[in-house]
Design a binder for this molecule. Structure first.
Ligand code: SAJ
Length: 405
C-alpha cells in the first residue's frame, strides 16, 4: 500500500492515478476539511479530467484520512514555500511530514519526497531528522527524491506521458520505486542520486523562468521603440535553433515564480542571470499597470472605475491564484492609493478582491477598457463582445484593434 502525504495540486492527482492503476492507496492530509470534502466525493480544485480520475480511483478503493498509515511506501507531496527575505526554500512542511512518517513507518519503508526542494535540502534538513530519531538511512528507512513535473492544465496527460527522474542513495531502491511509478508512467524514468534529482527539478523551472524573462524584456524593448514583439518572436522562431517563449503580464503559480529563487538564495554571487530574470518577471505587473495609465491618458479616459481586469488566476484554464500577476498588480495599485480596478474571472467564484464580478456580461457592461490578464477559453469564445471596448491584450489572443504589452 502507498500512503500519499499531502493531497494538494500534485499529491491528489498522483494518488488518484496510482489508485486507478490498481495500486492500493491511502491519501493523508492534515487539513480535515479537505479530507472531508474528498470523502464526500468532491475534488478540491478544477483540472481537466480530474473528476473522472477521482471516480475511477474511488471505485478502485482509494481512501482519504488525516492519519499516517503503517505501510512500506510513503510519497510526500507537501508544499515547499520560500522565505521571501532569504530566498531560500522553507522545508518545514517536508520535515514535519517525514517526522510523522517516522512515527509509524515499519523497518525498510521507503520515503519518496515528491515536493520540489533546492539542491542539498534533503541532506541538510531531512537526513538529520531521520538520524536524530534513531533510524539508520539505508536499513531502517530508505530515502528517494522523485520530483514531479506535471503542468497544471494538462496534469493527467503529463502524469502518464512525462519522463521522470528518481534520485536514490541506493540504485536497487531506485529501481523498486521506478517499477512502482512505471505502473502508470509511460515516459522514460531515469535513476540518479538525490542531489542531482533535486537540482534537475529546480533547473527545469529556472530554465523556463529565464526564457520567459527574455521574452518579457523583449516586450519592453519593443514597446520603447514601438515594434511588434509578437511578430518579431514569430519570425525569430522560424529559425531552426530559436524558440522564444511568450511575453505576459508576469509569472505566477507556485513553481516558476518560486523555485528559481532557491538558486539565487543559495548561490547569490553566482546566480546573476537568474536573479535579474526573476526581477524582470516580477516587474511585469507594474509594467502593465503603467501601460494602463498610459492608455487611459491616450484615450482620454479619466474614470478608473470604468477599467476592468479579465482574469485572476496565474494562467489560463486553471483555478489557482497563487502568485497571480493580477493580484500583484492590484496590490501595487493599492500602494499608490488607486481606486481598485474591476475584476472578473470565471474560475474564481468566491469574493477574493474588491470590485469583483461573477458574470462576464455584468463585468463588460460596467467597463469601457478591458485588460486581458489571462487567456481563459471563456474569453477566447467571447472576443467579439470586446469590439466596442478599449482593449489591452497582455496575452496576444485578441485579433481586433487593441493595445498590447
Ligand atoms: N508564462 C508566460 N509566458 C510563457 C509561458 C508561461 O508568461 O511563454 C507564464 C504563465 O502565464 C504563468 C507562468 O508563466 O503565469 C508559469 O506557467 P507555466 O505554464 O509556464 O508553468 P507552471 O508553473 O504551470 O508549471 C511549471 C512547469 N515547468 C516547466 O514547464 C519547466 C511544470 O512542468 C512543472 O511541473 C511545474 O512548473 C511545477 O510544479 O514545478
Amino acid at each position: 500500500m502507498v500512503n500519499v502525504i499531502g493531497l494538494g495540486y500534485i499529491g491528489l492527482p498522483t494518488a488518484l492515478m496510482m489508485a486507478s492503476h490498481g495500486v492500493e492507496v491511502v491519501g493523508t492530509d492534515y487539513n480535515e476539511q479537505l479530507v472531508c470534502m474528498l470523502n464526500e466525493g468532491h475534488t478540491t480544485f478544477k483540472e481537466s479530467g480530474l473528476d473522472e480520475l477521482f471516480q475511477e480511483a474511488v471505485a478502485e478503493g482509494i481512501t482519504f484520512t488525516t492519519k499516517y498509515q503503517v505501510t512500506d511506501t510513503y510519497i510526500v507531496s507537501v508544499p515547499t514555500p520560500y522565505d521571501k527575505f532569504s530566498k531560500k526554500v522553507d522545508a518545514c512542511y517536508v520535515v514535519e511530514a517525514v517526522r510523522n512518517v517516522l512515527k509509524v513507518a515499519p523497518k525498510g519503508a521507503v520515503i519518496v519526497i515528491e515536493s520540489t526542494v533546492s539542491p542539498g535540502t534533503i541532506d541538510k534538513f531531512v537526513r538529520p531528522v531521520i538520524e536524530d530519531t534513531g533510524f539508520t538511512i539505508g536499513t531502517d528507512v530508505h530515502l528517494v527524491h522523485a520530483p514531479e513535473r506535471i503542468i497544471p492544465g494538462n496534469m493527467i496527460y503529463e502524469l502518464i506521458h512525462n519522463n521522470r527522474t528518481i534520485g536514490a542513495d541506493d540504485r536497487a531502491v531506485g529501481e523498486r520505486v521506478k517499477g512502482f511509478y512505471g505502473s502508470f508512467c509511460q515516459g522514460e524514468i531515469v535513476i540518479t542520486d538525490i542531489r542531482t534529482a533535486e537540482m534537475t527539478k529546480v533547473v527545469e523551472n529556472t530554465y523556463r523562468a529565464v526564457n520567459i524573462a527574455f521574452a518579457n524584456e523583449l516586450a519592453k524593448i519593443c514597446r520603447h521603440d514601438n515594434m511588434d514583439v509578437y511578430e518579431i518572436i514569430q519570425i525569430c522562431n522560424m529559425h531552426p535553433r530559436v524558440n522564444i517563449l511568450q511575453p505576459g503580464p508576469g509569472v505566477g503559480g507556485h513553481c516558476i515564480s518560486v523555485d528559481p529563487w532557491f538558486l539565487v538564495g543559495d548561490y547569490p554571487s553566482l546566480a546573476k542571470v537568474i536573479d535579474e530574470s526573476m526581477k524582470t518577471n516580477d516587474g511585469m505587473p507594474d509594467f502593465v499597470l503603467n501601460r494602463i495609465y498610459e492608455i487611459m491618458r491616450k484615450e482620454g479616459l479619466k474614470d478608473i472605475s470604468r477599467v476592468g481586469l479579465y482574469g485572476l488566476t496565474y494562467k489560463e484554464n486553471v483555478d489557482d491564484m497563487r502568485e497571480s500577476p493580477t493580484l500583484q498588480l492590484l496590490e501595487s495599485q493599492k500602494k499608490h492609493l488607486g481606486t481598485p480596478l474591476n475584476v472578473y474571472d470565471p474560475y474564481i467564484t468566491d469574493d477574493v478582491v474588491e470590485n469583483q464580478y461573477h458574470d462576464l456580461n455584468d463585468f463588460l457592461e460596467n467597463i469601457d477598457f478591458v485588460v486581458i490578464m489571462v487567456g481563459h477559453d471563456e474569453i477566447k469564445r467571447n472576443l467579439k463582445e470586446l469590439n466596442d471596448k478599449i482593449v489591452l491584450d497582455t496575452r496576444c489572443i485578441y485579433n481586433g484593434s487593441c493595445y498590447r504589452l
